[in-house]
Design a protein around this ligand. Structure first.
Ligand SMILES: *Cc1c(COP(=O)(O)O)cnc(C)c1O
Length: 369
């Protein structure tokens, strides 16, 4: 375990584990398949600048983001590769994206025409990928629109670099929804006269699909959560730790936290830990959630506050003021996985990772632990 000697609470990120997760995707998809790592939402909350510095060493085809501002940030950080804004964009943001040389995922004729206009006005080449909606229902042209689409894109003068769709249930046990979406996507492709560009990319796979259905990779894959350790079976990447800032021994009947929802049944030792929901520790972890102290599992007591969380350290005699408490990750032989934390909090690994707030310094470790 490495620690920050002064911080009250922090996040540790293993760069080595992130790169091993990327290599796992590459070996599943095969060496010919282009990698488009998704670095949206500050690289799923881990810190995009550090993530890019590592990912660049593996020379991916480009990067995926969700917003124009995220794409602009990548350019500011020096990224020269294609940066694809995969979520649809409101008209107000398009010009900034065109000026930054971003590639747009396009889901409507309105967006296509607006980009065509901007490309002319600004005298800038604009690259696009066409999205086909095969079941997500949030973005993409409907499959029925495909017969008109090829000609419209060709006539737009925009540089057509790819076509893609997105799976809604790639992590499910049953492959039937994936097969159904692939069939719809292929139906759309059948109606589109794709450009003869050798760099043109047909792509479908997020993390779960890239490792579970490598035969669907086509020209590129778009892994996100797996890189950051949030897919079951991925190597853990993130740990969240904080220090005990106060210790006390309480009598039976002492209450803890807002609402006094916990009361000690006997004399207990409590540690107040300097972390709370203001750092992204979910309130829903209370009443059943655990943390790790000196390699032991200890229960969280009462409600989680904005800045503090109380744990029961009665069974860890040596635990004391200043000790490190692990809410996510390993300590000795014990560990709390993103999967466990998400199940306990009633959410998913994606929401946990992107919910850790800027209050937690992100400490990147590129060397092996
Ligand atoms: C976020 C996103 C991905 C990555 O999904 P993961 O499940 O995190 O691998 C891929 N494609 C698109 C279009 C996305 O928005």
């Amino acid at each position: 375990m490495s620690t920050d000697s002064t911080a009250r609470a922090w996040m540790e990120v293993s760069g080595a584990a992130l790169l091993r997760n990327l290599e796992r995707v590459r070996s599943a998809a095969g060496p010919e398949v282009a990698l488009i790592p998704m670095v949206k939402a500050n690289a799923y909350g881990l810190g995009v600048a550090n993530a890019l510095a590592l990912l660049e060493t593996r020379e991916p085809h480009g990067y995926g983001v969700a917003t124009v501002a995220e794409g602009v940030e990548l350019r500011r950080l020096g990224v020269q590769r294609p940066v694809v804004v995969f979520s649809p964009v409101a008209p107000q943001a398009l010009q900034v994206g065109v000026e930054a040389g971003l590639t747009f995922g396009v889901s409507s004729m309105e967006a296509l025409q607006a980009l065509q206009r901007l490309s002319g006005e600004l005298e800038r080449e604009v690259e696009i990928h066409i999205e086909v909606d095969t079941g997500m229902g949030r973005a993409g042209f409907p499959v029925s629109f495909a017969p008109e689409l090829g000609a419209a894109v060709a006539a737009s003068g925009l540089r057509w670099k790819g076509v893609f769709t997105h799976f809604h249930s790639a992590e499910d046990d049953s492959p039937s929804s994936v097969q159904e979406q692939v069939a719809r996507f292929d139906e759309a492709l059948g109606h589109l006269a794709l450009p003869a560009d050798p760099d043109f990319l047909v792509h479908l796979c997020n993390s779960a699909a890239a490792v579970r259905y490598p035969e669907l990779a086509r020209h590129a894959v778009r892994p996100g959560i797996l890189l950051y350790g949030g897919l079951e079976g991925a190597e853990p990447v993130v740990s969240v730790r904080a220090r005990i800032s106060h210790v006390r021994t309480v009598e039976a009947g002492t209450s803890a936290g807002y609402g006094a929802t916990y009361r000690s049944r006997e004399a207990e030792r409590w540690g107040t830990v300097s972390i709370g929901y203001g750092d992204g520790i979910r309130r829903s972890l209370a009443h059943g959630g655990h943390a790790l102290v000196r390699g032991r599992r200890v229960p969280i007591l009462g409600r989680i506050s904005m800045d503090m969380t109380v744990v029961d350290i009665s069974d860890v005699a040596q635990a004391g003021w200043g000790d490190v408490v692990t809410f996510l990750g390993s300590d000795g032989d014990e560990s709390i996985s993103l999967h466990e934390m998400a199940a306990q909090a009633g959410t998913i690994s994606y929401e946990l990772l992107t919910g850790f707030t800027p209050r937690l310094p992100r400490i990147w470790q590129s060397e092996e632990r």
